[in-house]
Design a protein around this ligand. Structure first.
Ligand code: NAD
Ligand code: DAU
Length: 339
């Protein structure tokens, strides 16, 4: 592996992965291929723009011609696909966009992987494909039980990857990660939304009773896990990737407020997300057998994340003051308060 195509590399996890690869693999070339949707942001990559090993190409993974061109021009031998529509609430507003990017876009990339005979195609997937798990933990063998248009689209992408491995021998691996937190996460996702609202004394819109649970992991831990699978994982295999520790949303909100010295009265219960999955929980023994361990506890990860948003207000204030964000916020949250 020498020439990596990182699709969706201008988003949250993708940009952290670009930083990770350039810091840890001095002989790798990285080409970021990203459509720059509302979630893509070149500010996330400003620290690496002068690195001669980094190239940015704006393009859509659904555009086969553009994908083939970048593969050919940069002699790509490895594809790591982060490109996706990623926010569950938006998938309830516009499911078609999610099917197009997360299923059809994955198919286009797999076709390119087949045509150019890559050494590895790695798909970034999610614990949401297992659906909510009220007891126990999901293992890689479990049946998929998707409940939102987002998770259904991601599951479609995963199944297409496995089909290309079985039918055409494309050397595919898949990681199914839990919720990431850390620098450069678009403030529609709950943790950056709550941190940035709290800094400005704006209410924190908590869905339902706030007892839903998520496994919040530090984004750089996730990137290290992807790296481990890229280099040591077996083609055709799926690897769960999380900390194995779940936290209730209400407890996460309280800890954010405590870290910022803000009152709990800022928590505003609002009507629940339709079909809200109450709990995800992963069995991560398979990736741990590759030697990977998550380095940050939930508290350490959240503290580092809060500090980053406090110190980098230039980054998120630009986003939150834009018309796109304001329209989305109004559409998503107006009139949902519960007394
Ligand atoms: P994000 O929304 O921050 O970024 C997505 C990126 O993909 C953006 O840069 C966007 O411009 C790009 N993109 C979207 N459509 C595209 C297209 N058609 N062509 C090219 N680029 C396109 O997402 P994220 O949170 O960084 O998630 C990255 C991946 O990780 C996704 O596949 C997501 O499903 C998965 N994942 C995310 C989490 C999480 O907690 N955020 C957890 C597990 C898995
Ligand atoms: O589990 C991995 C997934 O995590 C990724 O695949 C997705 O791309 C990512 O968006 C994330 O999905 P979630 O739905 O878990 O993340 P979100 O940040 O939207 O919500 C986390 C929890 O917080 C969830 O239980 C819903 C709740 N929530 C969310 C928002 C946006 C609130 O209570 N209020 C909110 O305003």
């Amino acid at each position: 592996m020498k020439n990596l195509l990182i699709t969706g590399g201008a988003g949250f996890i993708g940009s952290n992965f670009v930083h990770h690869i350039l810091e840890t693999h001095p002989d790798y070339q990285v080409v970021v291929f990203d459509k720059l949707t509302y979630a893509g942001n070149l500010d996330n990559l400003k620290d690496v723009t002068r690195d001669p090993r980094y190239t940015f190409v704006q393009g859509d993974i659904c555009d086969a011609e553009a994908v083939e061109q970048v593969m050919r021009e940069h002699q790509i031998d490895t594809i790591v696909n982060f490109a996706a529509d990623t926010h569950v609430d938006r998938s309830l507003m516009e499911p078609g966009t999610f099917i197009q990017t997360d299923v059809y876009g994955t198919y286009v990339l797999l076709e390119a992987a087949k045509k150019f005979g890559v050494e590895r195609y790695h798909q970034i997937s999610t614990d949401e494909v297992y659906g909510e798990v009220m007891e126990g933990r999901s293992s890689e063998e479990d049946r998929l039980h998707t409940r939102s248009p987002y998770s259904a689209s991601k599951a479609g992408g995963d199944l297409m990857c496995l089909a290309y491995f079985t039918s055409f021998g494309v050397p595919v691996t898949i990681t199914r990660g839990s919720n990431n937190i850390g620098p450069y996460q678009y403030p529609e996702k709950v943790v950056p939304l709550f941190i940035t609202n709290a800094i400005d004394d704006i209410p924190l819109p908590l869905y339902g009773d706030g007892t839903q649970m998520r496994d919040y992991q530090y984004v750089r831990d996730h990137c290290e896990g992807i790296d481990a699978v890229l280099h040591q994982g077996q083609p055709g295999e799926i690897y769960n990737l999380g900390t194995g520790v779940e936290t209730r949303n209400i407890d996460m909100a309280r800890l954010i407020l405590k870290l910022l010295g803000k009152p709990e009265s800022l928590i505003q219960p609002i009507t629940d997300r339709p079909g809200h999955d109450r709990r995800y929980a992963l069995d991560c023994r398979k990736i741990q057998s590759l030697g990977w361990r998550s380095r940050h506890s939930f508290e350490e990860a959240l503290e580092k994340t809060v500090r980053w948003y406090v110190d980098n207000q230039w980054w998120w204030r630009k986003i939150k003051s834009g018309a796109h964000y304001e329209e989305y916020y109004e559409r998503q949250y107006a009139g949902r308060e519960i007394d």
